[in-house]
Design a protein around this ligand. Structure first.
Ligand SMILES: [Zn+2]
Length: 323
């Protein structure tokens, strides 16, 4: 029996899955990312974990799909940088993994892998043109055009999180610019607005729920769910900015569907109801009537399932070439 491994490396956790041919996951594990240790140690940890977590000798593994949160230049096999993982600037990840492992490895950006997962197994089944947006600590995006992942000239297509919405007066973004969609709508941004609200002294349920320093986006959603007007306003404004960003992308690309994934999307209706309203107001009419905005279906396994499906394609193409 031979196995395949799928890895999704994020800023706080690494998801590792052991799979059969055709992507069926046999076991999956989550380990913390020692993000501040830098790429060499993270990758070495990862290789050690694969054998110990699954009790499978490396000789029985025929390939690995690796996706991570970062700007990946696939022509060079290099991570150009990662907002949530320090030390990965211009890091030759493909070459390093090939040095550490003696089976084929493919590398992708995590949003691209998640989009492919949703396209093959999830909310996007049967659609050939998709836009996926992941809302979490940051905002990721990926495009499938005519049944293919769109990488763009250097692999950076789909970076919807850095569309400038308020480039002059907006808050600073992790990318160093101001007023990007990510700086206005991500979990980090919603938490920041919640903390700012507490500073204004306005009447809000957040006072009773949480200390200012530990306030998270989910506290704002919890307060909004209980009818807190100020928290509802924060979410409504985030939905308006996100609707604007999505409308810009959709008017340009004409996808059949927009899939919303990532941590915040589990707050589905609170965000999706106002988001759908703003989104359709800002789209040109024929698209407003035909482009559904739907939640992702695969949850945190989207990236791993997508990268395993891409690995499957890669290995069967390779097999065909050898024949
Ligand atoms: Zn930005």
């Amino acid at each position: 029996m031979t196995y395949r491994v799928g890895v999704d490396l994020g800023g706080t956790k690494i998801l590792i899955a052991l799979a059969e041919k055709n992507g069926k996951i046999l076991q999956s594990k989550k380990i913390p990312t020692r993000a501040n240790k830098g790429p060499e140690i993270i990758l070495r940890d990862l290789v050690a974990e694969i054998t110990t977590l699954f009790q499978v000798p490396l000789e029985e593994i025929e390939g690995m799909g690796f996706c991570m949160a970062g700007y990946y230049d696939r022509r060079k096999g290099v991570i150009l940088g990662s907002p949530n993982l320090p030390g990965w600037e211009n890091y030759p990840v493909e070459q390093q993994l090939n040095c550490l492992l003696n089976f084929p490895v493919i590398v992708e950006n995590d949003a691209n892998a998640a989009a492919w997962g949703e396209y093959v197994y999830g909310a996007g089944r049967g659609k050939e043109n998709l836009l996926l947006v992941t809302l979490g600590t940051g905002i990721g995006g990926a495009l499938i055009i005519d049944g293919k992942l769109a990488h763009g000239a250097s692999g950076l297509a789909g970076e919807i999180g850095h569309i400038p919405i308020l480039p002059r007066e907006g808050p600073l973004c992790g990318c160093g610019k101001r007023g990007c969609l990510e700086a206005l709508v991500s979990g980090t941004a919603i938490a920041r607005e919640g903390r700012a609200l507490l500073k204004t002294g306005q009447q809000t349920l957040l006072w009773d729920m949480v200390e200012e320093v530990s306030l998270q986006a989910r506290d704002v959603f919890d307060a909004a769910r209980q009818g807190d007007r100020c928290s509802l306003e924060i979410i409504d404004l985030a939905a308006r900015y996100l609707g604007q960003g999505l409308a810009m992308a959709v008017n340009l690309l004409n996808p059949e569907m927009v899939i919303i994934g990532g941590g915040i999307s589990s707050e589905r209706e609170l965000l999706l109801v106002p988001l759908r309203r703003y989104f359709s107001q800002m789209l040109i009419k024929p698209m407003a009537e035909t482009v559904p905005l739907v939640p992702a279906e695969l949850g945190e396994q989207a990236g791993v399932r997508g990268i395993l499906a891409l690995l499957d394609n890669f290995l069967s193409e390779k097999g065909k070439k050898l024949l």
